[in-house]
Design a protein around this ligand. Structure first.
Ligand SMILES: C[S@@+](CC[C@H](N)C(=O)[O-])C[C@H]1O[C@@H](n2cnc3c(N)ncnc32)[C@H](O)[C@@H]1O
Length: 215
């Protein structure tokens, strides 16, 4: 099935149900009723049992659409109700993440919402400042995960290209066109069913923001 057909099928289905909800960089945490996007090269490899065992690849759910979000989102203008993304924007450079946020703005309907969770730099800094261990500086730097290695090819979620705090994530969303992005809290969202994709295991390390497309 071509991208255009898939796109219109999803848009038609969304019109009949509670709206089109897109999860960008879903990893293996997918849920029914979401359009799950991930670009990992391990998705096709995981369908080959031998390769999966050899490379110790996770069993990717069938309903993940393999797509590079940096190449644009496969939806027409103003056709998506809700966008969710957890621990993915920090894997892009700032310019890439801003371009993707602008793309999210393009595909969202007026009144549509975007919700982003990322690792909280401020929390990491706070942890470091309270850590009395002589090697605290090294632990802090390694927790930032900013050193890229060959493993990034197989697991694009392994290392970061930037880190956000609440202020910088809000500023990025503003620059992308969202007039009034707000800080949010774990599972405290206007997106229906966000608990289906927002992971408890990410709660203590994350910051959350939510924004509405108004014009
Ligand atoms: C750290 S994982 C986060 C997974 C899940 N959302 C979570 O919170 O646990 C980041 C995910 O983003 C995906 N990713 C990285 N670059 C991407 C891209 N350009 N387009 C789509 N997905 C991408 C990776 O394959 C990976 O599964």
């Amino acid at each position: 099935m071509g991208t255009a057909t898939l796109q219109s099928n999803h848009e038609e289905l969304a019109a009949l149900t509670s709206g089109l909800r897109v999860n960008i960089g879903c990893g293996t945490s997918v849920a029914d009723g979401w359009y799950n996007i991930d670009n990992s090269p391990t998705i096709p490899l995981s369908r080959i049992p031998f390769a999966r065992r050899l490379l110790r690849i996770p069993a990717w759910p069938q309903d993940v659409h393999r797509h590079n979000a940096l190449k644009g989102l496969p939806f027409s203008d103003g056709s998506v109700d809700f966008i969710y993304s957890s621990h993915t924007f920090e894997h892009f450079t700032y310019d890439q993440s801003l371009a993707l946020a602008r793309e999210c703005f393009r595909v969202l309907k007026l009144g549509g919402l975007i919700r982003i969770a990322v690792p909280d730099l401020e929390q990491l800094v706070r942890d470091y400042l309270q850590d009395r261990d002589p090697m605290a500086s090294h632990r802090f730097v390694s927790r930032l995960l900013l050193a890229h290695t060959w493993r990034d090819f197989l697991h694009q979620g392994a290392h970061h290209s930037q880190m956000f705090d609440t202020r910088s994530l809000l500023a990025m969303l503003k620059a992308a066109g969202f007039p009034d992005p707000r800080p949010s809290r774990f599972r405290d969202s206007r997106i229906p069913g966000v608990f289906e994709v927002e992971l408890e295991s990410r709660r203590n390390e994350s910051l959350y923001v939510e924004a509405e497309k108004r014009s």
